[in-house]
Ligand binder design. Structure first.
Ligand SMILES: [Zn+2]
Ligand SMILES: [Zn+2]
Length: 139
């Protein structure tokens, strides 16, 4: 278990990129949009920018800048390709790929978003609230 004052650690598959989150996460959601599907990042942990820091491998991170209207820059390990989320690209807050976490973030998924873009082979098997697009409150 992780208590709020413990850093939450994350890393890529090859271990070159490591980061930590030093404050309580905001929330955890499942996003079914095609963009998250393509990068394999379904579970997104929203955090405050001030709580994020690279521990190692920041120079190994490669960034994908999407075409408008999308503006969040997606980060990947340049060695193993692991999707890291959209860290360090917004000065307020951003989603981290929960799949990279090595510790329990202490929060659990609260909703499904962008279910209108659900893949034909995907099935939602829990009772969490579902939103066809972005949730009204932003999470
Ligand atoms: Zn890697
Ligand atoms: Zn998404």
């Amino acid at each position: 278990m992780t208590t709020p004052q413990d850093p939450i650690h994350g890393s890529c598959l090859c271990g070159a990129v490591r980061f930590e989150i030093i404050g309580p996460p905001l929330w955890l959601t499942y996003c079914h949009c095609t963009r998250c599907r393509k990068v394999g990042g379904r579970a997104n942990l929203a955090i405050r920018a001030e709580h994020f820091r690279w521990v190692s491998g920041a120079d190994r991170v490669v960034r994908y800048v999407p075409d408008p209207p999308h503006d969040l820059v997606r980060c990947f390990c340049g060695s193993c390709g692991t999707y890291l989320g959209e860290p360090d690209t917004n000065d307020v807050g951003f989603p981290i790929a929960a799949s990279c976490l090595d510790d329990d973030p202490g929060v659990r998924p609260v909703l499904h978003e962008y279910t209108a873009e659900l893949a034909p082979w995907e099935e939602i098997l829990d009772d969490l609230p579902q939103f066809e697009g972005a949730p009204p409150s932003g999470g």
